[in-house]
Every structure is written in structure tokens, then in C-alpha cells.
Design a protein around this ligand. Structure first.
Ligand code: AMP
Ligand code: MG
Length: 493
């Protein structure tokens, strides 16, 4: 056995989820992959976690983050949850291919570390417990992109790959994403115990979440209703953030909803290219249940399931409904604030008129089939003649554009020009992980060229910067090529 480098022994782990006991999880031996290799390491996150960069580059770390070797102090496990999938009760699911190593003590507090794609667990059902390189790159890049956008999300520390084969529609190769979150608990964890009438376990779980993640709820008159309200509010903020950047999740099943209001489980997600409100990004979503414009209502539906699950603890239906109601006030307010910032409106002198302006802007984008990200980024320079022209250039129908632009220009004139532009430049990203960009990085990675992954990781972590020093920065912020429309992303990952 090789000696451990000092940095691994210096890491402090806690395993509080494991302490909940075997009703909540099953100890999980890690399942090796052959001859693993590095695909990418996220130096920025490593620094935040207090991990030594040299150690993270070591053979030992490669073995550990592939699941070939156990990190001292961790107690690997797979947790059990259930959930509603596409609107139907799906029964027991659980970590079918994710292994929770434990909770690393970091300068920012406890961070759980999970290996996604680490092999069969008791909850794998018909699956193989693996993840393919393609979808691992998408999760890795997108979770960092969301973080860069300031949107709550799980994050990804590294990807390792192996030539071990994984069968999907085609034969692909295996990969493991090491991802972090203060907690990976989902709405589905609560639904699991509630549907099984295991109310003692339901209470244990709710108390655990309150104690570690929502301590303010402990002192509320009704702590469990307060928890439901706090989760509703965070989820409302999350939906406003998604809608404002044109993010479609694709599989908003209740088992993919984080109890912390984080974006979790990146599968068939997509950032809108053209602003099409009814866009369906998941090729398997035949009914369009998870279309872009349905996401806010689906989140509320999912919260309703959570409320239903918590009812044995809340005891009073009125209290549960009142807690859920907070979603209906927080979401529209949060969305309006984000949209006003995107438009560069810092004061709220004309709030009511601004609502109409937001609506007319989105209508215009939809009707004229305008590229979402490019429109908003170009709008940052609207106050200069050249800037205004570059926005106008996006429109075939100039008359309709001018009819929208005149009142907008008048409203902008009431703003402090500098402050307004600065607000827009931090609200309208230049770079988002468009499908075709992910696809290009995936194709290159297929022939062991990981430079596109690195380049994207770099710009997406600070997507509001211009990155003019990066070779090819303009094409990363450009319109999608024609072939992008033909990319089909389904649940199979
Ligand atoms: P998802 O739609 O990816 O969130 O997955 C739904 C459920 O299926 C979860 O319980 C996953 O753990 C499980 N799952 C997805 N893919 C696999 C796989 N390849 N092997 C085992 N379980 C899987
Ligand atoms: Mg999932």
C-alpha cells in the first residue's frame, strides 16, 4: 500500500448523514473502473474546499475520485429516496449511481462529496450504476456555469474517465464526476418516508435538515411549516434565476429537487438559443411537461408534493397551504427584479410601467425569434448609437423593433447611465453553456483532447467578463451553428 500524502490525512471529514442510520442509507463499497485517467480538475473549487492542487493532481486523488480507493475518514453510502416522475408517483428510487463519500470540513463549512457514476448500489434498479463521459462533461461544465452566473447549484470538483464501456443508445465510455453540495437531500427523501408511513424517520430527516441547514426554523412557532416556507422561498428564487437566464432543466421530477433550493442533477438541460417560451429541451418529454415556460408552475407542483409529504409533521393543512403560498409572492417579485436588472432599470420609480415593459420585451423576443443571450448582452450597450444599432440588427422587422425601443429608450434616460450599464453587465452574461458548445467539447474529449473543456470551464466560471484574451472567445459567445438545432438530448445519461 502506498503511503498517504500529508494533505489527505489533514482533511477532516464528518459523516452526519451516515449517522442517521440504515433506514436512510446503505453503506456502499466503491466499485473500481479500469485504468482511470483525468479529464478535468476544477482548481477554483479545489481552492475553496482547501484541497491542495498538487495533491488533487496526484495518482492517489485520481484513484479516490474514480472510486477505486477509499479516502480515510469517509464512510461511502448510497441514500434512499422516492419521487414523482413526470407527474406520477414512481415509488422508491434512491442513489442508483451516486456514492456519498462524506462531508468535508472546509473554510465555508461542511461540504458533502459525492461520486456520480461510481457503480451499482442497492438502488440501481435496472441501471448499471455508471455515467458516460458525454453527460459527465455536461454536468461538470453546467454546474460551474450556473455557479458563475450566481445561481445556486451543486458544483463539480473533477471528472475522471476510463475506457470501460457503458451501453446507452450506443456504446460509450465511463466517467465519474465528483460533485459537492452542503447536502444532496431532495424533496424525494421526504416523500419516501411519508409515503411509507414512516413518520418517525420523516421527523428525524426534517429535524436533521432544520438543524444543519435551516436553523432559523427551529425557533418558529411551527418549525415544519417554517421549513416548507423556507424551501418554497428558495425554490421561488431559483426559478426566477433559471427563467432569467433561459435555463431549462429538462427533468424536474421531485427526486431532482434539492431541499436547499439548488440546481441539481444535470441531464437533458439546455440554455435557450432562440427565445422560444414553449421550448422542450428533453427529447423524452413528449408532453412538454418540463418546457421552459412551465418550470415555475412545475416547481410549485413539486413543492406541493413536499408539502403533502410533510403534512404528518405540520399536522394542519391550512398551515401547509400558507407556507406554500409564499412561492406565489416570492417568485413573481424575484423574477421582476431580475428582469428589471436585465433591462438596466435600477430605480423603481415606474414599477408598474416596468412590468408592462418586461412583458412587451419578452413578447417581442418570442415573436421575432431572437437569440436570448445575445439580445440581452447587446442590450447592455443600448445607450450608445452603435450599441442600439447592434440590437436592432437582430431584428428582421425593424418597425416592430423601433416601436419597442422608443419607450424603452425613454425609460433608460431616467437612469444613471453608468450604474445602469454596470447593472446590466452583471445581469446579462456573455457566455452560457449552449448545447453546441458542450457538444464540441464532448467531441474533442472523445479523442482525448480536453482543451475545449478547460476553455469552457474558464469562461463559464466568470461569464459576465468579456474574456477577450481567450482565443476563440467571440465564437463561444456567438449564435449557434445550424447543426445545433439537430442535437437531441434525452434522459439517457
Ligand atoms: P435521473 O432522472 O437521472 O435523476 O435518475 C432517476 C433515478 O434513476 C435515480 O434514482 C437515479 O439514481 C437512477 N439512475 C439514473 N441512471 C442510472 C444508471 N445508469 N444506473 C443506475 N441508476 C440510475
Ligand atoms: Mg436524479
Amino acid at each position: 500500500m502506498t503511503l498517504l500524502m500529508p494533505s489527505t490525512t489533514a482533511l477532516t471529514w464528518r459523516n452526519r448523514f451516515a449517522r442517521l442510520g440504515n433506514d436512510f442509507s446503505t453503506p456502499q463499497p466503491v466499485r473500481p473502473l479500469h485504468a482511470p485517467y483525468w479529464v478535468s480538475r476544477n482548481a477554483a473549487l479545489a481552492r475553496e474546499l482547501g484541497l491542495d492542487a498538487a495533491w488533487l493532481a496526484s495518482q492517489e486523488a485520481l484513484e479516490i475520485f474514480t472510486g477505486n480507493r477509499v479516502l480515510p475518514g469517509t464512510e461511502p453510502l448510497a441514500s434512499v429516496y422516492s419521487g414523482h416522475q413526470f407527474g406520477q408517483w414512481a415509488g422508491q428510487l434512491g442513489d442508483g449511481r451516486a456514492t456519498l463519500l462524506g462531508e468535508l470540513q472546509t473554510p465555508q463549512g461542511g461540504m458533502e462529496l459525492q461520486l456520480k457514476g461510481a457503480g451499482l448500489t442497492p438502488y440501481s434498479r435496472g441501471g448499471d450504476g455508471r455515467a458516460v463521459l458525454r453527460s459527465s462533461i455536461r454536468e461538470y461544465l453546467c454546474s460551474e456555469a450556473m455557479h458563475g452566473l450566481g445561481i445556486p447549484t451543486t458544483r463539480a470538483l473533477c471528472i475522471t474517465g476510463s475506457d470501460d464501456r457503458v451501453r446507452r443508445e450506443e456504446v460509450e465510455t465511463a466517467a465519474v464526476v465528483a460533485r459537492t453540495s452542503p447536502s444532496f437531500i431532495r424533496f424525494g427523501h421526504f416523500e419516501h418516508f411519508s409515503h411509507a408511513n414512516q413518520h418517525a424517520q420523516l421527523k428525524t430527516l426534517a429535524d436533521f435538515v432544520i438543524e444543519h441547514h435551516y436553523p432559523a426554523c427551529r425557533d418558529a412557532a411551527q418549525p415544519y411549516a417554517a421549513l416548507l416556507q423556507a424551501v418554497s422561498e428558495r425554490t421561488a428564487e431559483l426559478m426566477a434565476a433559471w427563467q432569467s437566464v433561459g435555463f431549462c432543466h429538462g427533468v424536474m421530477n421531485t427526486d431532482n429537487m434539492s431541499i436547499l433550493g439548488l440546481t441539481i442533477d444535470y441531464g437533458p438541460f439546455q440554455f435557450l438559443d432562440t427565445f422560444d417560451p414553449g421550448h422542450i429541451c428533453n427529447h423524452s418529454d413528449n408532453q412538454g411537461r418540463y418546457a421552459y415556460n412551465k418550470q415555475p408552475n412545475i416547481a410549485y407542483w413539486n413543492l406541493f408534493c413536499l408539502g403533502q409529504a410533510l403534512l404528518p409533521l405540520i399536522e394542519n393543512q391550512e398551515h401547509a397551504l400558507a407556507a406554500l403560498d409564499s412561492y406565489k409572492t416570492v417568485f413573481p417579485k424575484a423574477l421582476e427584479n431580475r428582469m428589471r436588472a436585465k433591462l438596466g432599470l435600477a430605480d423603481d420609480a415606474a414599477k408598474n410601467d416596468d412590468k408592462a415593459l418586461i412583458e412587451s420585451t419578452l413578447k417581442l423576443l418570442a415573436a421575432q425569434q431572437i437569440d436570448h443571450t445575445i439580445f440581452w448582452r447587446r442590450l447592455c450597450d443600448f445607450s450608445t448609437p452603435a450599441g442600439r444599432e447592434s440590437v436592432r440588427d437582430l431584428f428582421l422587422d425593424r418597425t416592430t423593433f423601433e416601436a419597442w425601443a422608443a419607450p424603452y429608450a425613454a425609460r433608460r434616460e431616467q437612469q444613471d447611465g453608468h450604474a445602469s450599464q454596470a447593472l446590466m453587465r452583471r445581469s446579462n452574461p456573455k457566455f452560457v453553456l449552449r448545447n453546441h458548445l458542450g457538444e464540441q467539447a464532448i467531441r474533442a474529449a472523445g479523442v482525448q483532447d480536453y482543451s475545449e473543456v478547460e476553455k469552457l470551464l474558464h469562461v463559464l466560471q466568470t461569464p459576465f467578463d468579456d474574456h477577450e484574451d481567450i482565443a476563440g472567445h467571440a465564437s463561444l459567445a456567438d449564435f449557434p451553428p445550424d447543426w445545433a438545432a439537430g442535437i437531441e438530448i434525452s434522459c439517457s445519461s
